[in-house]
Ligand binder design. Structure first.
Ligand code: C5J
Length: 217
């Protein structure tokens, strides 16, 4: 069984029961003009994760692993968007407002798409999630259970928001999560660093942290 060099300790993984989970690598978060930028963030900080994500995605596909993509966003009628989530920030920059890539974080709009570099292949599940966590109000858990998955390699953005929330949800459901540090990014470098530290502290309180090279190897 392959072993991933991870912190706080190496982890044996069975590829048949391991999935690659790529969180919210969407144009709205990563490209200029999207939701991330309208909130005042420097989106160029997220671009560093694209290359390592692509290398890991290619390796996972080559190994025949299950690959699952997620997207954060809402129905066009926004019936699934809590008022408390929508009513934040400037009205012109809120979820559902018109942006340069269509309505911000709305399913079907260009900005909601996964970036071209990491486009899902036919047959790779795409989970549309209304929250930060990928398990909340989605069928992710059912899909993982049906495939006998017990370990997740986790990539995506942002480290301290949707990656951390999903890893915490997964940990409570009994999944072993290995977060690939260079495949994640944040608009705030210190939040990225501490987001990863929180996961692996105290003997791996929420999971493991590794570099993509270690996972690919
Ligand atoms: C945020 C996410 N940061 N995907 N979403 O609002 O982390």
């Amino acid at each position: 069984m392959p072993t991933i060099e991870a912190e706080p300790q190496p982890l044996d993984v069975d590829l048949a029961s391991t999935a690659l989970l790529i969180i919210d690598m969407q144009r709205d978060f990563i490209e200029p003009g999207g939701f991330g930028e309208t909130l005042g963030n420097d989106v160029s900080l997220l671009k560093a994760a694209i290359g390592p994500c692509k290398a890991t995605l290619d390796a996972a596909r080559g190994a025949g692993m299950l690959v699952v993509h997620t997207r954060e966003g809402h129905r066009p009628d926004m019936a699934d968007a809590p008022k408390a989530k929508v009513e934040r920030g400037e009205p012109s920059a809120r979820i559902g407002a018109p942006g340069p890539m269509g309505r911000i974080l709305i399913r079907g709009e260009a900005g909601h798409d996964i970036i071209a570099e990491l486009s899902p292949l036919a047959g790779e599940p795409v989970i549309d999630k209304p929250g930060k966590g990928a398990f909340y109000q989605t069928d992710l858990e059912l899909m993982l259970k049906n495939r006998g998955i017990d370990t997740l390699l986790v990539c995506g953005v942002t480290t301290e928001v949707c990656v951390n929330t999903t890893v915490r949800e997964a940990n409570d459901r009994g999944y072993r999560c290995v977060v690939l540090a260079d495949c994640c990014a944040s608009y705030f470098p210190d939040f990225h660093e501490y987001g990863l530290k929180m996961i692996k502290a105290q003997g791996g309180i929420f999971g493991w942290v590794a570099q993509s090279d270690a996972a690919i190897a």
